[in-house]
Design a binder for this molecule. Structure first.
Ligand code: AMP
Ligand code: MG
Length: 491
């Protein structure tokens, strides 16, 4: 098989009406060089990883050579950015090559991010720097290993060109893989233009891809909306459970497939505080950790509004249907949150009143500035019967508050067997997350030409729930001087 035939494309999005996108090829780069290839994902997609490492393969991952069957295009979308309506955004630096159906029958987009300017680039150069590209690589792959729905990173290629940000930086292209790149903002784009024909095409396309059962429902578009709402509820609960802060939850950065998408200034919390914000551009804390579920609902309200014209011929009935669908979100989120957080405490038969135990535990973490990830992991090691909470106590000082909380926790778990419970807790409380200070160190080295720290970190993060001997430093919270307080979009 020729290298150019490596992807067996079947491009359904490219068959949608022309106003859904701008057709264009990636812009070639000076000197492509493979930085990272995700062989596990290549296998999962049924791709020959070997071929991707050959110069022809690397040329395709850089956008210098079009694989056979590609229908390259930049997708059109709109969005609310920090609450402000922007009628036209679109892929300003990403080119969708096409879709592949993996051996298990799952359809996935193959997109090159940083592949050159498009008609949607506005003032941007269409490029990406190596730091943000490898950052998305690490964090999205860590999310996948943690079991959080996410877009994936197939490859990163250095361009041999400089991109100019605050200073010149080495450029790179990321190959992003997603169940689709359709966003809440894609629906908003057509709704705002009152292009209801396109809106219907888009909704049917999303039903076929993400909610095939909705097609047989009495109200397919309502079922489609319900599907998006349910996926976001599940996703947000998982973010909260791993301490992930997306940072730019604009409606153009919310996938209707329910995957985490657009890794910009995102970050994992070290010490717990509900109001934590990392992004330098999030001045008002709109996208703070604790605000995320509410913002997801806000974004879903935008989707609901965009779908109104499809929901019913009668405007009042359509609005009522949209509202009904939207109103399902809080309960869906809360039950997913309860289940996730209770499991993190070792509770497998969660009940409503466990929320108090969870809330008080989080308050303890806040009061003691305890590390979120470490605290849960160490709680797993505490016995329900014996008073052996020493490693945990080190995070909280010797106060009575922890003792009192542990008494309640022990009584809730009375009768459970320690070994089984610890194993269950270890399976949901990661040992390793992409801690900001580790990520920054790895990216600084990569920018200077040394990929070893990036590779080592990625390898650890592939098995986040398994304690790996000799890799303690990857589990350790940052020392005071290592703490990263702010992250940047760094586009
Ligand atoms: P983001 O906040 O990363 O989701 O980006 C918002 C919008 O800006 C999207 O439409 C991006 O495609 C676009 N964008 C971001 N960086 C660049 C760039 N360097 N060149 C062109 N467009 C960009
Ligand atoms: Mg975006």
């Amino acid at each position: 098989m020729a290298a150019s035939e490596i992807f067996r494309f079947d491009n359904t999005y490219a068959r949608l009406p022309g106003r859904f996108f701008a057709r264009l090829d990636p812009t070639a780069v000076a000197a492509p060089r493979l930085l990272a290839l995700n062989t596990g994902l290549a296998d999962e997609l049924g791709l020959d990883a070997n071929q991707l490492t050959h110069p022809d393969g690397v040329a395709m991952l850089a956008g210098n050579r079009l694989p056979t069957g590609a229908s390259p295009l930049a997708m059109a979308y709109a969005g609310h950015q920090f609450g402000n309506w922007v009628p036209q955004l679109g892929d300003g630096r990403a080119i969708l090559l096409g879709e592949v159906v993996d051996p298990r029958g799952r359809r996935r987009d193959i997109q090159l991010k940083g592949a050159g300017p498009t008609p949607f680039s506005r003032m941007g150069d269409g490029r990406a720097a190596i730091g943000p590209v490898l950052r998305e690589f690490i964090v999205s792959e860590a999310m996948a290993a943690l079991g959080v729905p996410t877009t994936r990173a197939l490859a990163a290629v250095a361009t041999g060109e400089e991109v100019f940000r605050e200073r010149p930086l080495p450029g790179a292209v990321l190959t992003r893989v997603a169940s689709s790149h359709i966003r809440v903002g894609t629906f908003q784009f057509f709704a705002a233009r009152q292009d209801f024909d396109a809106l219907g095409h888009l909704a049917d396309h999303v039903i076929a891809r993400h909610d095939p059962a909705a097609a047989d429902s009495a109200a397919p578009y309502r079922a489609l909306f319900d599907g998006v709402v349910a996926r976001q509820a599940t996703l947000l609960a998982k973010w909260m459970a791993v301490g992930f802060i997306h940072g730019v939850m604009n409606t153009d950065n919310m996938s209707v497939a329910g995957e985490t998408i657009d890794y910009g200034p995102c970050a994992f919390m070290d010490h717990f505080h509900p109001e934590t914000v990392f992004s330098s551009i999030d001045q008002g804390g709109r996208y703070a950790y604790i605000n995320q579920p509410g913002i997801a609902q806000w974004n879903l309200a935008c989707l609901a509004q965009a779908l109104v014209p499809l929901l019913d011929g009668d405007q009042d009935r359509a609005v009522a249907t949209a509202k009904e669908g939207l109103d399902r979100f809080p309960a869906l989120f809360e039950s997913a949150y309860l289940e996730n957080m209770a499991a993190k405490l070792g509770i497998t038969d969660s009940r409503q009143d466990d929320l108090a135990l969870i809330g008080d535990w989080l308050r303890l973490l806040t009061d003691h500035q305890a590390d979120f990830t470490t605290a849960f992991r160490r709680l797993g090691q505490v016995s329900v019967t014996a008073d052996d909470s020493e490693p945990l106590r080190a995070l909280f000082g010797d106060g009575d508050d922890l003792r009192a909380w542990l008494a309640r926790w022990r009584s809730r778990l009375a009768g459970t067997e320690d070994t089984t419970r610890q194993a269950a807790m270890d399976a949901v409380n990661p040992c390793y997350i992409p801690r900001n200070h580790l990520v920054e160190t790895a990216l600084d080295a990569a920018e200077a030409g040394d990929l070893a720290p990036f590779e080592a970190l990625l390898e650890v993060l592939r098995q986040p729930y398994t304690e790996q001997p000799g890799r303690g430093r990857y589990a350790t919270p940052p020392a005071e001087e290592e703490v990263v307080r702010q992250t940047f979009c760094g586009t």
